[in-house]
Design a protein around this ligand. Sequence first.
Ligand code: SRM
Ligand code: SF4
Length: 574
Amino acid sequence: MTSGQPSDKLHKNESIKASSLFLRGTILEGLSDSLTGSLDSDDQQLTKFHGIYQQDNRDIRSERRRKKLDKAYTFMARICLPGGVCTPEQWIAVDDLSNYCEFKTLKITTRQAFQLHGILKSNLKNTIKMVNDALLTTLAACGDVNRNVMCNPNPPESRVYSEIQKLAELVDAKLKPRTSAYAEIWLDGEKVLSHGGSDQEPLYGATYLPRKFKIAFAVPPYNDVDVFAHCLGFIAIIEEGKLLGFNISVGGGLGMTHGNESTFPRLGDIIGFCRPDEVVSVAEKVVTIQRDFGDRTNRAHARFKYTVEDLGKEFVLNELNKRLGFSLGMVKPYVFKSNSDRYGWVKDFEGYWNLGLFIEGGRVLDDNNLSLKKGLREIAKVHKGDFRLTANQNIIIGRIPESEKDTIQNLVNQYGLDGYVSFSEIRKNQIACVALPTCGLALAESERYLPSLVSDIEVILEDLGLLSEPIVIRSTGCPNGCGRPYLGEIGLVGKVPGKYNLYLGAGFEGERLNKLYKKSITHQQIIDALKPILIDFAKNRNDEERFGDFTIRAGYINATSHGRDFHKSLKSID
Ligand code: SRM
Ligand code: SF4
């Protein structure tokens, strides 16, 4: 399945997968070794497929090194929620589990999943079991497989929304690995139906995919899932309240490496249209194309975006038509208006209320100033509808009957969950990846930094009367792109502690990448760089012109028209 790639050139992860007996490795043995808090390094690659990362608390890494102590190892577990939807009971179950973790927080991820940080090895098995007891899973939340399938979680404006959510769930289920290793390791061999029971991987084979694979469903005019950042995107086409089908986008992905221009963010190309009943086959066949043609020799070149870039979208379309046994239809017109979330109360077509709440950095926590975790738990105790995690790291309390609206609003006020009413638009349009202290790849702060940068930018915006102007700002602690920073009108990407690359010029609708404006600059230099541009924007913008578009029209930055040009035509770099 490696399409003629010489076996001596394959990346070492390929042999780890091949010899793992369908993701078993020696994980079970490692879990019972109480002499160390860590797992064997090959097993650490395999646990990712089970939704689990070994990490250490980087805040205390050097202190422990000085004291000649081992790193403070713990584990992060990512819990899949296709389309970000869960029940109040599931919310409470995950909230309960977070109390046994070092950080005692829930993290809402940019892919509508939960993360629990700081699980001790001795508590890992129990945690995963409890996740499954709540009818959730961590299987395939990470690893070289299809990940949590995303879907527009906005309040249903019509029945069509639920149809699309169901398709997202079907695709998610169809692409789950079938190995029984998950049940064997974490659930004492219990056979869990949705995980399948055989030790065959009919879709993936023994070496799974060359790299992670990501799918999203968008419902125009909302592009809140950033559909073009995905390996495979489905853009719903709705006419007169009926779902006709989906435009299909292939080859999106954002990760890159500083200083390596052969790596770049890339937005997907739309190659055709399919009917709703064809969606699952399309997803499956696209995955097989990546399985068979993706680069298994170099993980920095192994994502589907490079397969599409190298082979061409025409090749991918022909191959897909061949594997489907029919030809995709012609692309249909659609319009995206933004990649942000909607906040506040919205009534849906069935008369239920939905409440969009802002959660800074997606971190659900209680501290001296905030009681978000307690508040959301209290809501979950009385709420009969659902919770929806958004791709912008926020929450929608969904399907609230009229009779419960006041109760929920009172809890929102009581626990300080009402930031959505008073916060500036730039604050409500931020995404920050996790970064320090848990992310092993972080070069700089992100989640713990962006709120303070936004506060300083707010001072400038207030003077300019722009506090109610939605400007999309996103930060990450490294160039991997977990907060989708290359789709931020203002993007910040960590270089070294305290220094960031500043990117400008992305489209507000998530249809244009930004470009590097200043390299490796400090907090004060970021403010100094942005201030004159914001002043110019306030004075000279056209009607309704967005900040990202303005930075291009005013000549601060060249537009990035394609991922391969991301590193080219730089205007102002020190
Ligand atoms: Fe990510 C790796 C966190 C969304 C691109 N990502 C990581 C790891 C697991 C670090 C590691 O490998 O050791 C981070 C764990 C940090 C921690 O302590 O929790 C991590 N990624 C996240 C999350 C939690 C960020 C957040 O604050 O919400 C998001 C979890 C999503 C989920 O629920 O599945 C997250 N990661 C993304 C996205 C955004 C998206 O998918 O829409 C991207 C860019 C899109 C893409 O995939 O191209 C992204 N993460 C990466 C990459 C770069 C991949 C590449 O193609 O080069 C890595 C590193 C890697 O895979 O080697 C990475
Ligand atoms: Fe970690 Fe980098 Fe992803 Fe941020 S972007 S979570 S620093 S891997």
